[in-house]
Design a protein around this ligand. Structure first.
Ligand SMILES: C[S@@+](CC[C@H](N)C(=O)[O-])C[C@H]1O[C@@H](n2cnc3c(N)ncnc32)[C@H](O)[C@@H]1O
Length: 217
């Protein structure tokens, strides 16, 4: 179940996307750095899949310690940006829709899903979760990170909600081009409720700017 506007938005945004990580806000930066420290440890000597990898921000961090890493994204434009980085361990990049991932069952120890869950339509969580379960080994883990509303700065206005309760909001590129994309936000309790039906919730952080969870199969 793909949201065309979200797809198109990220294709256009690829060259400017990674600015989000370098905004001049020490508290925000610290939350990201803390997760990076956690990820380096989590993926050490592991076989890793980074789904919807974008410009490879987390791929690059995981590649510091992982045994090997595959990174995939629907947008060729994002993969082009991701390929520009210097990695300790070169990832294998794949252009792929996360609903049709061309990987074998039980192939990965760790799956990373950075800043995607907020764009996943609520009515198709089960599709995403069954894909993840298929790809993960029995003792594998998935790590997700996403935004809390303060990460959006002044642009917190909701454009509308659909029948499934998905939130849509306006996003603008640096050149002013406007998109309305699906973007959901969650309380800590909502996150636990969503994930605990399908996984064991191993770790949850719920900070000012970001939340993250690590789930076991
Ligand atoms: C918010 S970005 C996250 C990028 C990266 N994971 C990160 O944390 O910085 C969302 C990414 O999802 C990708 N994407 C959108 N629809 C997708 C789909 N159906 N399958 C795979 N990737 C998709 C976009 O191209 C974009 O790179």
């Amino acid at each position: 179940m793909r949201d065309k506007a979200t797809e198109e938005y990220y294709r256009y945004r690829a060259p400017e996307y990674e600015q989000i990580y370098y905004r001049d806000n020490p508290a925000r930066r610290k939350e990201i750095e803390d997760e990076a420290t956690y990820i380096r440890k989590l993926v050490t000597k592991k076989e890793v899949l980074d789904i919807a990898c974008g410009t490879g921000y987390w791929t690059h961090i995981a590649a510091e310690t992982a045994k090997n890493i595959i990174a995939c994204d629907l947008a060729r434009e994002m993969i082009t940006e991701a390929r520009k980085k210097n990695y300790r361990k070169s990832p294998f990049f794949v252009i792929a829709d996360l609903e049709q991932l061309p990987f074998a069952d039980n192939a990965f120890d760790i799956i990373l899903l950075g800043f995607w869950f907020s764009h996943q339509p609520k009515q198709s969580y089960h599709t995403l979760f069954s894909t993840i379960k298929r790809l993960l080994r029995d003792n594998g883990h998935i790590w997700l990170i996403d935004n809390n509303p303060p990460a959006e700065g002044s642009n917190q206005h909701s454009a509308y909600k659909d029948n499934h309760g998905n939130n849509y909001k306006r996003r603008f590129l640096d050149n002013g081009k406007e998109f309305i994309i699906l973007k959901n936000y969650f309380s800590r309790q909502e996150l636990i409720q969503i994930f605990q039906h399908h996984f064991s919730v191993e770790r949850i952080t719920y900070n000012t700017y970001y939340w993250s969870v690590t789930l076991a199969k």
